[in-house]
Design a binder for this molecule. Structure first.
Ligand code: ADP
Ligand code: MG
Length: 314
């Protein structure tokens, strides 16, 4: 019987604004496998946000048997709806731009290492080698004329865990704006968007220190901006004093070992922030910073294991 390791799960961002304030409504619900918290002076905000995020979850979650992504994973082929097709193509674009570091075809690795069912194991080398045959976004075939997506190797699967939350937030923010909501903070499992201001002042959030329990690395004051973080402290297990996190290097089949322990990306677009935080985590500090230059207007902060020095584009 294989040894199972306990999986640790933590949130990377702490809300500092609003929760105690009686003139703000705070609502929390389980969504996309995590908690979604909505803070707003407008009491309709939470319902608008939860409804939209649920809609995206039903399209993109690999845990929902009826989602388009589950159908693609099951059948190896899908005529996708416009939103699913858009996200799959966007993921392909991030894969290309990141030189393969961002790759949604890592799903078989998450299954093999036990992250999918939260029962982690250390696989054998030959199991990893076998799984690597299924990895690589060049093995996805797209037909733009009819939105068809097809896996060219049987057994392939995709996992949108590094991009779907960002997209869902963008959709929720659009719905809020359409409804005339001017001020709202959404925290979707550590991915945050700050719409407008909090009574004329920026929303205030803190980014968790990856290694000091209860500590924070910095305080961010934000207006009309999203923040995404990726870290080896969010979901991981430990074996023989070595930490194995849920973010994989698609080339090796092992959890990323780039020396980066945490990335923070600030962007107007949550989709970009989400994908970039994962990509830069895998690429490492110097390659990651070069890659991030392709996205004007974003702010990036990188924390490394050695001396935990911060390396942003400051
Ligand atoms: P989280 O959403 O847990 O805060 P991330 O946005 O960094 O953190 O996403 C991590 C998730 O992305 C993993 O749980 C997995 O589903 C998926 N993933 C892991 N490695 C990669 C990778 N190299 N490229 C794309 N997605 C990945
Ligand atoms: Mg991400």
């Amino acid at each position: 019987m294989k040894k199972r390791f306990p999986l640790f799960v933590f949130f990377s961002i702490i809300l500092l604004s609003g929760c105690q304030d009686k003139s703000l409504y705070t609502n929390k619900q389980v969504a996309m496998g995590t908690f979604c918290e909505v803070v707003s002076p407008d009491k309709n905000s939470a319902k608008i946000v939860f409804t939209e995020i649920k809609r995206i979850e039903n399209l993109l979650s690999k845990y929902h048997p009826e989602s388009e992504i589950s159908k693609l994973n099951k059948n190896g082929k899908l005529i996708a709806g416009p939103e699913t097709y858009y996200i799959l193509k966007k993921s392909h674009e991030f894969w290309k731009l990141s030189g393969g570091a961002f790759d949604i075809t890592v799903a078989p690795l998450l299954d093999l290492w036990g992250f999918t069912d939260k029962q982690c194991i250390l696989p054998k080398k030959d199991q990893i080698k076998a799984a690597l045959k299924l990895i690589g976004s060049e093995k996805i075939y797209f037909n733009d004329s009819n939105n068809m997506v097809e896996f060219t190797v049987p057994g392939m699967k995709v996992d949108l865990g590094a991009i779907a939350k960002g997209y869902a937030l963008d959709c929720a923010i659009n719905k809020l704006k359409e409804s005339g909501v001017k001020s709202c903070l959404i925290n979707l499992g550590g991915q945050i968007y700050c719409l407008g201001s909090r009574f004329g002042r920026p929303w205030r959030i803190a980014v968790r220190d990856p290694r000091a329990e209860g500590g924070t690395t910095e305080i961010l004051d934000l207006t009309d901006k999203g923040v995404a973080t990726s870290g080896d402290y969010e979901q991981y297990f430990i074996n023989n004093n070595k930490r194995y996190s849920h973010i994989f290097n698609p080339k090796t089949g092992y959890p990323s070992d780039s020396g980066v322990i945490g990335t923070t990306i600030i962007s107007e677009r949550n989709l970009d922030a989400d994908a970039l935080s994962t990509a830069v985590f895998v690429m490492g500090k110097s390659k990651g910073r070069e890659f991030a230059k392709k996205f004007p207007g974003i702010e990036i902060k990188i924390l490394e294991e050695n001396n935990q020095k911060r390396g942003g584009n400051e």
